[in-house]
Design a protein around this ligand. Sequence first.
Ligand SMILES: [Zn+2]
Ligand SMILES: [Zn+2]
Length: 335
Amino acid sequence: MTAPFSWIRPEPWGIHIVPADAWIDPSRAVPRALVTHGHADHARGGHGTTLATPATLAIMELRYQTREGASPVNYGETVDVGDGVSATFLPAGHVLGSAQILLEHAGERVIITGDYKRAPDPTCAPFQVTPCDIFITEATFGLPVFTHPPITEEIGKLLTARAENPDACILVGAYALGKAQRVIAELRASGHTDTIWLHGAMEAMCRLYEEHGVALGDLRLVSDAPSKDALRGSIILAPPSALNDRWSRRLPDPVTAMASGWMRVRARARQRGVELPLIISDHADWNELTGTIAEVNPQETWITHGREEALLRWCELSQRRARALALVGYEDEDD
Ligand SMILES: [Zn+2]
Ligand SMILES: [Zn+2]
């Protein structure tokens, strides 16, 4: 008889499913990986076999130009990963294709959330609350100070800024995978039907989303604009790195905005020269993190990938068994 949960082991470079010799979101190349979603800190190229949702595999193919060893698993589908361990991919509500992974072995159930959020997002399937014994949660915004306002409020600020600056343009920094498409979809949902202009680095991912059924309306590349004047009064999306570089000089008097959960921190907005901070995150905020732990109600919570200490303390105060993991190699590409 083996000790409970000895089949799952957190290592610095990922979570190891010992009997199956497979890894969840490993930060280095392994023979067999299960990948929660396409952000670079979770999905890396070079694995022998990669189990992931079809959309995540498509994102990985786009980013790494490799489809070798791709093994698609649909939401709700359970696959045998070997030696009595099964894996089920469940929606995580983070970005297109993002999944929590439920592992089952000898009657024991472990969920790895990957990154997740509970706020509604028209570009991906909503997080599914699922009972388990061990809940391994992310904690990117694991401090009580982090509360994300409803996205409609932030989109309203963006549309107001645009209306107030008819001769300028609003340049929104947004991550190319997930954030950009969510901002576009929410603009469309609020009735904004005008052309939205894109930096070239966003084109392929937007097209991929559309191929997966997420309608984004009329999108055009800034490089295809007939003149600088054609961009006046418009909304333009670019990766955060392009906000203050040479590329933005071609734009007519841009008002610089940024869509990120970190925009809650004024100093961060100032550092980046952001005039219009938009608190839009694809991660759970403090209330979503604690609310989800309470709702899933696991025997034990393992915390990783962010601000472990405060969430650990919250678990202790609410009489929940918890531990912090020390995984390496996670950056916030995707905040
Ligand atoms: Zn992440
Ligand atoms: Zn992510």
